[in-house]
Design a protein around this ligand. Structure first.
Ligand code: SAH
Ligand code: SF4
Ligand code: F3S
Length: 479
């Protein structure tokens, strides 16, 4: 079970009128897991300033939109959200402060200030530790923009979560180990919004993880824009890669499950593949974005890997960990993509058999090389290709889910289900599994047999100790 929160500091109950009412914070996160993690760190920082979180923006003294710039649609969301906030502020006559954080803040801070007078504060991802000071400035009436890449390490200044906050977030937690990207894929804004690749020191990652484990966390996902490019300073003064760090984490008491995301195929080295063979805590599930199945397009994307290299990595991963399942990201309609290129992507999808995947239409991003390309693919072609690809990916996911029926594996119980007595846990493959009246509680691992497979979740039944366990026969890659 998750541990009870540590005793909170004693309140001065003799003079309650002197207690200032707590201020309320509403944070909305868009985009990737890094933003989810950062939103938690911002909430932890502001908790120290007396803010408590609310789920209702209308009730908040401070609203933070933690934004994503990866595709045009994602970036435009912030302006529609700001429009809604402006309207509700006017209707209520409230003085709610509004801050924009994240990658849109970094990429177009000044533009946000110009387009949205309702915004009081713009803060880029490297400046979150400065939030309390920036808020004081904003409260004094300034409109503040901080999108610097400061020299100090923000992680040294961001407070850890309280036991109560960790308990509310559940037994699976993220830990950022690496931020930024030096790979400059020609379609991508991340190197510009998150800056150069930086890895945190191993000692700091271990200590953050130990604290989370002491607060009841059982599963850690290491996150980074290029997480397997991790090269952090180890306690021995040498540079450690991701595999070495996973080994160190696997030795920590109480850590039942490890994951990492997002990886780049170029950085899937032998040590990391071996870690999948040797570390039982490392879940047999890998998100490895490939983007395209065409060598010509991969070259134009500056991915620095071809399709054969991708097949080779997958083959070696399956050899090291036969029950591994794979997930990926795809872009259709990259400039210059022909029907034959797209067919190469479809072929790759059919050959690998992904358990899950994300796929997107190429979206030209300001400042990236591919946006300037003169062979942009027409919108209707992108739409048709995306529909065809998604159909294949959905079929592949459905086939994987169906193959789980009758299988037995551990799930980590994370939250209550919709009906009373139900709990929902996560399988090794991140599927939601609903169990009725489980003989275990939130924060515990439970061995279940999958009895039903639905479109969005699976259902499982707790296994009695002596039942035989049917092992998984993975789908083999077609030649
Ligand atoms: N670091 C990861 C991806 C981060 S962005 C990697 O190297 O793969 C998450 C996903 O968004 C990418 O994998 C890609 O599929 C998609 N994406 C990024 N830029 C895009 C763009 N301009 N248009 C459409 N999709 C994009
Ligand atoms: Fe973007 Fe490529 Fe870096 Fe991934 S590796 S974050 S897709 S530039
Ligand atoms: Fe989006 Fe920034 Fe993440 S652009 S995907 S929030 S790194």
């Amino acid at each position: 079970m998750m541990q009870e929160p540590q005793t909170e500091p004693r309140q001065n109950i003799s003079s309650p009128s002197q207690q200032p009412a707590p201020r309320k914070l509403y944070v909305k996160s868009f985009g990737c897991q890094m933003n989810v993690y950062d939103s938690q760190r911002m909430a932890d920082t502001l908790a120290k300033e007396g803010f408590i979180e609310t789920q209702d923006p209308a009730d908040a003294d401070l609203v933070i939109l933690n934004t994503c710039h990866i595709r045009e649609k994602a970036a435009e969301k912030v302006y529609s959200e700001l429009g809604r906030l402006r309207k509700s502020k006017q209707e209520q006559g409230s003085d709610t402060m509004i801050a924009v954080a994240g990658c849109v803040a970094q990429a177009e801070g000044a533009e946000i200030m110009r387009r949205a007078p309702v915004v009081d504060l713009v803060v880029g991802p490297q400046s979150y530790h400065r939030l309390p000071e920036l808020l004081r400035q904003a409260r004094a009436g300034e409109r503040v923009v901080d999108t610097e890449f400061p020299t100090e390490d923000k992680f040294d200044h961001l407070p850890a979560p309280s036991a109560r906050a960790t308990r509310k977030r559940g037994p699976a937690a993220f830990v950022t180990v690496q931020e930024g990207c030096d790979k400059f894929c020609t379609f991508c804004v991340v190197p510009y919004t998150r800056g150069a690749e930086v890895s945190r020191d191993v000692a700091k990652i271990l200590s953050e993880t130990r604290q989370l484990l002491a607060q009841g966390v059982r599963e850690i996902t290491l996150i980074g824009q290029n997480v397997n490019g991790f090269h952090g300073l180890g306690p021995d003064g040498k540079v450690w890669g991701l595999a070495r760090m996973l080994e160190a984490l696997a030795e920590l008491d109480g850590l039942e499950r490890l994951r990492y995301t997002t990886s780049h195929p170029r950085d899937m080295d032998d040590d990391l593949i071996r870690a999948h063979r040797d570390l039982p805590q490392l879940m047999p599930y890998l998100h490895l974005p490939v983007q395209s199945g065409s060598d010509r397009i991969l070259r134009a994307m500056n991915r620095k890997h071809g399709r054969e290299m991708f097949f080779d990595i997958i083959a070696r991963m399956r050899e090291a960990r036969p029950d591994i399942a794979l997930s990926s990201d795809f872009i259709v309609g990259f400039p210059g993509e022909t029907d034959a290129d797209f067919e190469d992507t479809m072929d790759l999808v059919r050959r690998i058999g992904f358990a899950s995947a994300y796929s997107f239409k190429y979206s030209p991003r300001p400042g990236t090389p591919a946006a300037e390309h003169d062979q942009q693919v027409p919108e209707e072609v992108k739409t048709a290709r995306l529909a065809e690809l998604q159909k294949a990916l959905e079929a592949s996911k459905a086939a994987f889910d169906a193959s789980c029926r009758g299988r037995t594996f551990d799930i980590l119980l994370e939250k209550p289900g919709r009906q009373s007595g139900q709990l929902i846990g996560r399988s090794p493959y991140l599927q939601s599994v609903v169990v009725n009246d489980p003989p275990a509680g939130i924060g515990e691992l439970l061995t279940v047999t999958i009895t039903d497979v639905g479109p969005n979740s699976l259902a499982g039944r707790a296994v009695a100790a002596a039942e035989p366990i049917r092992l998984y026969q993975p789908a083999r890659m077609e030649a």
